[in-house]
Design a protein around this ligand. Structure first.
Ligand code: CP
Length: 336
């Protein structure tokens, strides 16, 4: 296994064995941090982070990760760079490859983000890491997997994971978190139920691939338009909004498109996880959320702050998994 120089755009491009190495490395780095041990695996190395959107967890986990690994992260936005004046991905990729050791990008624009990151990866001679695009969010799903294992043990086969669409008004959240989860969890034997209203589907190609992963790994994946039905006997529940992009399929940047999406959204204000709905899950079921959460809309405050919620463990693991991915792909750590 050779991780040095490897791109991470989706974990579908990585084997299960490689994912196991990431998880093991993250656990070691987590323990070292708790022990206050130095982890200078990337001394004086540079990561360029380009954000086209806002971020709390991704930006800070990646920047803290580089500091704790002995390197430095440039916190860039598209408008700070000549990208704003139309510089090509090819020129950006080649120039940054001459100056540093890795590039990380968040670009969630529908039908644009993943293409942009792949175009950078085509020309970069250093690893390119997706910090979320319109299709995938690998850095989130690896932290989710680490957190699930910490709470349920390494053998995750047969766990019932519910990924439920939920009402939110803050913004039309990308499809990338639930899509990465339905691709990843069945590979580790988890049974996934996805609940969403008809106007908020996931992308068909991703759903088809997730079904294939489930079949190949002895897991189940089911879809329903009832949040209540999905929750029965759940071990883990993700109540999470996503935008209706795949319903329209083609992104159109105009007011009518968003007005239609908002009108669809308002029909489903009752898709909120509360104690009554959650009582159908197993008594010791856990609640997870990538954050930011629309508190009171996707889920009640009471439930998100309850003993069932492991959202802060999940957020903290963004740091440890980010460090593992950076140290491995930038060549600071080699798998044993
Ligand atoms: N979950 C997540 O990616 O959070 P941010 O958008 O704050 O980075």
């Amino acid at each position: 296994m050779n991780f040095a120089g490897k791109h991470l755009i989706t974990f579908d491009d990585w084997t299960k064995e490689e994912i196991e190495v990431v998880l093991k490395t993250a656990a070691v780095l987590k323990q070292k941090r708790y022990n206050r041990e130095r982890t200078d695996y990337l001394l004086r190395q540079t990561l360029f982070m380009i954000f086209f959107e806002q971020s709390t967890r991704t930006r800070n986990s990646m920047e803290a990760a580089m500091t704790q690994l002995g390197g430095h992260a440039h916190d860039l936005t598209a408008d700070k760079m000549q990208i704003a004046h139309g510089e090509s991905p090819k020129d950006t990729a080649i120039v940054l490859s001459r100056m540093g050791e890795a590039i990380a990008i968040r670009n969630c624009f529908y039908n644009i983000g993943n293409k942009y990151i792949n175009e950078i990866a085509k020309y970069a001679t250093i690893p390119v890491i997706s910090m979320q695009d319109d299709i995938y969010h690998p850095l989130q799903v690896i932290a989710d997997l680490m957190t699930i294992r910490e709470h349920f043990g390494e053998d995750t086969r047969g766990l019932k994971v519910v990924i439920s669409w939920a009402y939110a008004t803050s913004h039309a959240k990308p499809l990338s978190v639930p899509q990465s989860q339905i691709l990843m969890f069945p590979r580790f034997g988890m049974d996934v139920v996805v609940a969403h209203p008809p106007e908020f589907p996931l992308q068909k190609e991703i759903v088809d691939r997730a079904k294939k992963h489930a079949a190949e790994n002895g897991a189940k994946i089911e879809f329903t338009d009832s949040m209540e039905d999905a929750l029965v006997d759940a071990d883990i529940v993700f109540p999470k909004n996503w935008g209706g992009f795949a319903y329209f399929d083609q992104f159109v940047d105009d007011e009518e498109y968003f007005a239609q999406m908002r009108a669809n959204l308002e029909k489903y204000r009752h898709w909120r996880l509360d104690h009554k709905k959650f009582s159908a899950a197993k008594p010791d079921a856990k609640i997870m959320h990538a954050l930011p959460a629309d508190r009171g809309k996707e889920i009640t405050d009471e439930l998100l702050d309850s003993e069932h919620s492991i959202i802060y463990d999940e957020a903290e693991n963004r740091l440890h998994t980010a460090k593992a991915i950076l140290a491995l792909t930038m060549g600071g750590i080699s798998p044993e």
